[in-house]
Design a protein around this ligand. Sequence first.
Ligand SMILES: C[S@@+](CC[C@H](N)C(=O)[O-])C[C@H]1O[C@@H](n2cnc3c(N)ncnc32)[C@H](O)[C@@H]1O
Length: 272
Amino acid sequence: MTTVDPGPARRSTETKACCATAYSSDAVAMLLGESYHPGGLRLTRRLTSRLALRKDGPVLDVACGRGASALAIAAEHGCPVSGVDLSQANIAAAAEAASAVEGEFDFRVGDAEALPFADGAFAAVVCECALCTFPDKATAAREFARVIAPGGRLGITDVTADRDRLPPELTGLGAWIACVADARPLSEYTRILRLAGFGILTTEHHDDAIRKMLSQIEARLQLVEMTAPDRAEVLGLDFGAAPGVLKAARRAIDDGILGYGLIVAERVDTGE
Ligand SMILES: C[S@@+](CC[C@H](N)C(=O)[O-])C[C@H]1O[C@@H](n2cnc3c(N)ncnc32)[C@H](O)[C@@H]1O
């Protein structure tokens, strides 16, 4: 039997849907905790401290997951915060969490490559551990630039990878969803952002954050395996494959193939 390639547009839609579904699952919530990115809210604070946030400057969190960063930004900076994510379940969870705290929130289902917001609507945009999964990164970067007012800032933390040197355990759809297979080196993210109309203010390497996240995932997997092995099937976890993938990921970090990075950029005022 021959399989027909559905074409790049359909493949991209399927990949995005798969990613959103995976990040809506209880297994991911159990393995990752409240923040779905290496470094957790500590790294979010480091990022947002460089965005010159003001009380009257609305902030957008692109691919906000269940809203942990959005809620923290509103609590710490007092600004209105919007969140957008492809996963309906994540947006529902974020809206529910927001209804229990003080602050001005607006959570919407939407695609980072076609943001459902007006031009220049935000003083700042954050995007954590998600640009790596967007199939069309250049379009997403142009969307970030479109919705940020001139002079506003963009804060990104993301998985970095030298794709040509990734081991086979870290490619394929599962690895894409796990933010690895289509991650790029920090220098390529900054190139994409410059082309979209940003000036780069800061770049930092935080590879230890991804190392710590792998240890947390490993510990939580071991706990489930020891205490509730029957939950593995319910959660869709593959205990057999996990050690090989974790080992390959650690070796890739040691070899400088895989890491985690932070970028702060400023939307250049083109005078338009
Ligand atoms: C690794 S999680 C990060 C979530 C959140 N930023 C955090 O750090 O806790 C990736 C998120 O990106 C969302 N996502 C994936 N592709 C997307 C897209 N094209 N547009 C909007 N959200 C997307 C997923 O649903 C998921 O919630």
